[in-house]
Design a protein around this ligand. Structure first.
Ligand SMILES: Nc1nc2c(ncn2[C@@H]2O[C@H](COP(=O)(O)OP(=O)(O)OP(=O)(O)O)[C@@H](O)[C@H]2O)c(=O)[nH]1
Ligand SMILES: [Mg+2]
Length: 294
């Protein structure tokens, strides 16, 4: 597999992202709680450590979102992983389950002391300001809409939808700040880049298709072999994974599903897109891309 061009290919750090980071930085002095929305399928790849130092003194909550797409056995280990590192963890299915009661209970218990302190200082109605942050497309805006049970922020399955910050009132005490997705300025790790493209935190570039499809196929052959075999019923000798055998697999996939186009060379490209779509839409089952380190 050739990784040579990766560094030239990923330069996705648009101007609005730099602005987003600066905007968060300027708001931090008034923030009490920072909620990091991570994709449950790839919690480390979607964790930005960029603001870690600035967030040291804040109460922090990790939301593992999209658990409805992730491998539940693996998700369990991630909960332990983050809890062992002193983070409060919330599992979220932001499209389908109401998250407000759980989040309110968590914020109330984590902020109990601070709120009591404010009251003793004579503040009758203490306020809690909560920052919602995370990589593009992890579901920040959907999570907020879920909490409010109405569409207060715009959402879509492409990265970079939210462009500006927006305050939303959760209850008389708690204000939430939705912010645009932030990415680390450089992505040196090819594996992380591929995962981020597959979960749509980074937009797909045409250049990537083959690299992305090969990465995804090798990942499934290695981690979800039986499921892959059962779904497409196309055999693959796992001891013999190389560029030729991978391409052969996509050729067979194109044949099996009659993915014909006039230009013969494009058949495999159609098969690659088809395969990636199946993976992203959950047809290949619940999949996690990262396993929690012990
Ligand atoms: N299956 C599933 N999809 C989700 C979940 N939460 C969000 N989504 C989908 O993920 C996509 C991105 O959601 P957004 O809320 O726009 O993400 P965002 O983090 O605000 O994205 P940016 O504003 O671009 O940074 C949308 O297609 C949502 O429907 C979830 O828990 N499960
Ligand atoms: Mg958004």
């Amino acid at each position: 597999m050739s990784n040579d061009n990766t560094h030239n290919q990923i330069h996705w750090f648009p101007g609005h992202m730099m602005k987003a980071i600066k905007a968060i930085e300027t708001k931090l002095p008034i923030i009490d709680v920072a909620i990091e929305i991570l994709d449950a399928r790839a919690p480390l790849a979607t964790r930005s450590t960029l603001l870690d130092r600035l967030l040291e003194k804040k109460v922090r909550i990790v939301v593992l979102n999209k658990v409805d797409l992730a491998d539940s056995n693996i998700t369990k280990d991630w909960v332990t992983y983050f809890e062992n590192r002193g983070c409060a963890v919330l599992l979220a299915r932001s499209l389908t389950s109401k998250m407000k009661p759980q989040l309110l209970a968590l914020i109330t218990s984590l902020m109990e002391e601070q709120v009591a302190k404010q009251r003793t200082k004579g503040i009758v109605n203490p306020k809690i300001k909560v920052l919602i942050m995370g990589l593009p497309n992890t579901g920040k805006s959907t999570f907020i809409n879920n909490l409010l049970q109405r569409k207060v922020t715009q959402t879509a399955n492409t990265p970079g939808v939210t462009r500006g910050q927006q305050w939303v009132k959760l209850n008389p005490m708690i204000d939430l700040l939705d912010s645009p997705g932030i990415l680390p300025p450089k992505m040196d790790d090819n594996r992380v880049t591929m995962i981020l493209v597959l979960i749509k935190a980074i937009p797909v570039k045409h250049l990537f298709l083959e690299q992305m499809a090969n990465f995804a196929l090798i990942f499934l052959l290695t981690n979800y072999y039986e499921r892959l075999m059962k779904y497409y019923e196309i055999s693959f000798e796992v001891n013999d994974i190389n560029e030729t055998t991978l391409l052969q697999y996509f050729t067979l996939l194109a044949q099996k599903y009659h993915l014909k186009v006039a230009n013969v060379g494009d058949n495999t490209h159609r098969a690659m897109n088809f395969f990636i779509n199946d993976l992203q839409s959950g047809k290949l089952g619940l999949i996690s891309f990262e396993i929690a380190p012990k």
